[in-house]
Write a protein that binds this ligand. Sequence first.
Ligand code: NAD
Ligand code: UD1
Length: 356
Amino acid sequence: MKTLLTGGAGYIGSHTAVAMLNAGHEVAVVDNYANSSAEAIARVEKITGKKVALYEADVADKERMMEILKAEMPDCIIHFAGLKAVGESVAKPVEYYRNNIDTTLTLLECMRELGLTSIVFSSSATVYGEDNVPPFTEDAPKGMCTNPYGWTKWMQEQMLTDAAKASAKGDDWKTPLSVVLLRYFNPVGAHESGLMGEDPQGIPNNLMPYISQVAVGRRDHLTVFGDDYDTPDGTCRRDYIHVMDLAEGHVKAAEYVIEKRKEAEARGEAAGGTEVFNLGTGSPYSVLEMVEAFGRACGHAVAYEIGARRAGDVQDSWADASKARAVLGWEASRGIDEICRDAWNWQSNNPQGYNK
Ligand code: NAD
Ligand code: UD1
């Protein structure tokens, strides 16, 4: 299978590139390095011993994307490219809507013109909003998002779903479109080699990179956002999933969608449509449990103090992961200790991230 990963130089995209190549598939990457560098792809090639077709381009640039897609004609596009910092999206909503929505619309236009069939999209558990009670199943209502980033995910899901619906009726599509929406829970950890991992710019917003930077001495201590929640230790609970498990979930999703099209075509039926999968472990851990586990992995306690709650945080979020297990034959296999071991291996070998 030939895959094209938009945003493939980023954290999840680069790990997915490794998993795709290891599974014997071809990989092309398009990235404008807005939040990454080509070094991540050099590491992908080093780990796998295989080549990636690498294009520096803005996915919202239609002329350029038509050239690239014509040259590659991928069986499946995996659309990671996007801006993802929640706080920044509140300060810069126009940039977030412009980038995240435009990249998706451009891809849909190109796919329609070229007759490309399949797209897997990076969505987020953030679309479940605040009103649902975990574990979240895929058919839980999409809630009211608390920030522009979340709304862009919500809207992109809707746009892709509507396009798949219209394409099934012919419209001006050459072929019915197959869409897979993957709702990630909390991706964490790093490739087990220690050569690749998360490399956030500036002060990390998310828990695991923050803990890692405290552990390696780049920051003084972690502030735990609230210990007065209605949970066993008072801190929020999340579904932390190892990034390599997540990456392998993309391989399964892309293989599934291509196989399903082939089977439908063999039966003379129309292929296409939208499917949604949660990618999570189904097991929640609290903030303090993560701090403790990281301390075990790095061999010393991680300094923290208790602070105020963070605006917009939900108390509990975890997946019902049974659909991905039943349909894709995928489930997360790496636990909290492997997550912390690999995050620490990456952080301690690359204290300043890539290129430093
Ligand atoms: P990331 O920032 O590491 O990767 C995104 C990549 O997209 C970067 O390499 C960036 O340079 C690139 N990019 C952004 N805009 C682009 C454009 N217009 N043209 C070309 N490239 C562009 O983020 P990530 O953590 O790897 O996330 C990947 C996707 O998964 C994103 O869509 C994100 O919203 C989604 N997601 C991430 C998380 C998470 O916790 N990391 C959770 C849920 C969903
Ligand atoms: C955040 C985003 C969410 C996004 C997800 C991607 C917010 C409000 N939500 O979710 O939209 O989809 O990242 O992974 O930003 N914590 C601390 N101290 C810190 C950092 C975090 O105590 O310095 C706590 C948080 O309060 C939370 C947990 O750690 O309880 C996890 O936080 P984080 O990694 O930011 O993920 P989410 O809150 O799940």
